[in-house]
Ligand binder design. Structure first.
Ligand code: SF4
Ligand code: SF4
Length: 286
């Protein structure tokens, strides 16, 4: 428990509770305490008027290789975990994708073990997914867009017509161009990413959601009926909350997901707490 509340100082006003981005501060009986979901950010300190919050003796373990190994072991995963980090340019030592590709296809490669981090931008995006990722759009011809729309809308597509496609997309937040690109690689090979993406079966998803709810009291919500990239990545990034999705037909194909798998996208700063809490829930009684 990295940050702690001095119970002799705390007046239980609750001002810190709603100002913790990780939902790590909770009431337990008469006390307000900080749980294992704390990520050591220090955001709560200025919200306490009586200086009851202080840094604890331990620090949160953010080691990517340790967290990768712990998630794989505790969830019995047999796939690699995708890590993603927004950046305006490729960091030193990270290659840029040089052709056209799909975000979801690169994630599929990582799930299958090809985890060297790669910098992906709107210029590399084969589809409109880069807009959903907050990276802006590649310039394409009118004919190309019309061809895509023929696949998306109408019988045998995703929506009965263009209007319904627009209506469905409007239910996701609109993102301006936020970053120049996104680094995608395996968690084992990427330090301090923004988010992780894991293919999970029903039981594994239930274990993750139980571990998240255990000390936050919050549920994890899902998105279905839109693109795989729309339902993940930026939503958890902006809200600092995990989400799950079944993805869409094309995204599932590119990711090479098994029929039983859905996706969980989790902000990285929630992962250390989740890993600790996996040991505390009902699943640990099995
Ligand atoms: S996660 Fe940040 S804001 Fe929340 S309790 Fe820990 S240090 Fe405070
Ligand atoms: S803001 Fe300070 S006094 Fe109020 S509940 Fe939080 S720790 Fe206690």
């Amino acid at each position: 428990m990295p940050f702690i509340i001095d119970q002799n100082q705390c007046v239980q006003c609750g001002s810190c509770i709603g100002n913790c981005p990780n939902r790590a501060i909770v009431r337990r009986g008469a006390e307000v305490i900080i749980t294992d979901m704390c990520c050591d950010c220090g955001t709560c300190i200025p919200y306490c008027g009586v200086s009851a919050i202080a840094r604890g003796k331990e620090k949160v373990e953010f080691g990517n290789t340790q967290l990768d190994a712990a998630l794989k072991k505790k969830l019995s995963l047999n796939r690699d975990i995708v890590a993603m980090k927004f950046a305006d340019k490729a960091p030193e030592g990270v290659s840029s994708e040089d052709g056209l590709n799909f975000w979801c296809h690169i994630c599929g490669d990582v799930f299958e073990g090809s985890g060297i981090p790669l910098f992906f931008t709107a210029k590399n995006s084969m589809c409109g997914g880069s807009i959903a990722l907050g990276l802006g759009a590649r310039s394409v011809s009118r004919e190309d867009v019309l061809t895509v729309m023929q696949v998306v809308a109408g019988d045998g597509g995703y929506f009965a017509n263009n209007e319904l496609f627009t209506q469905a997309r409007s239910q996701f937040p609109k993102y301006p161009r936020m970053y120049g690109g996104i680094i995608i690689g395996s968690l084992a090979q990427m330090k301090m990413p923004d988010m992780i993406l894991i293919p999970l079966n029903g039981k594994q998803m239930c274990m993750v959601s139980t571990a998240y709810s255990f000390e936050t009291g919050e549920i994890i919500t899902g998105n279905a009926g839109g693109g795989t990239c729309l339902g993940t990545v930026t939503l958890p990034f902006l809200a600092n909350k995990p989400v799950f999705t079944c993805g869409d037909h094309g995204g599932r194909l590119h990711m090479r997901l098994r029929d039983e798998e859905i996706l969980a996208c989790i902000p990285y700063r929630l992962v250390p707490g989740l890993v600790k809490n996996l040991d505390k829930t009902i699943y640990n009684q099995e």
